[in-house]
Design a binder for this molecule. Sequence first.
Ligand SMILES: *Cc1c(COP(=O)(O)O)cnc(C)c1O
Length: 222
Amino acid sequence: MNIRENIEQVLSDLPQGVRLVAVSKFHPVEALKEAYDAGQRIFGENKVQEMGAKQEVLPKDIEWHFIGHLQTNKIKYIVPYVSLIHGIDSYKLLNEVNKAAEQNGRVIDCLLQLHIAQEETKFGFSFEECKQMLTDGKWKKLAHIRICGLMGMASNTENEEQIRREFRSLKSFFDEMVHTHFADKSAFCELSMGMSHDYRMAVTEGSTLVRVGSKIFGERTY
Ligand SMILES: *Cc1c(COP(=O)(O)O)cnc(C)c1O
């Protein structure tokens, strides 16, 4: 397992303008250090405590992306340093992040997570719920968060047509939201989709941020 080679291989699959989030959850600090030494600067984690522990000991020029399900009582631990929260799935959560960000004197970049997979277990807004929240407009008063785009996870299936359909549905929803709610907000430009087994397809369907874990760091041992 050569982390540097794996990163180079993934990067060689990404067109210009598409960024790589190295998903380092469950992997030790040494593995992240190796990725850092290979030039990687964006890391994704899905546990608040684990991300905090790694952030403390690793270089300060790393961008930490939180990609998991965020509980409101844990927001305060990541708000001082997090660069992007991928998994906002309710107005309530957005509002709580805004409050914590205000207390920290920060504006935090967030992505709205959409439920695009067939599986029941994946978090996220439905398209309808997301539309409702954006139309309702309360979010516009939240001065300490910035909605930078959307995030989604395709079904965990071998069926490539299904995965492609799910990515397409998210991209077309993204385009619609750009026109209806973010026409004057150039920050709304990120589409976070694609993991180890489907990032190439995600990129052809318009992803701007791929979240790749096992292809870089090897299989996780849970
Ligand atoms: C774990 C995880 C990934 C990375 O998955 P791999 O299959 O290891 O690339 C991407 N996104 C989210 C939200 C994850 O939880």
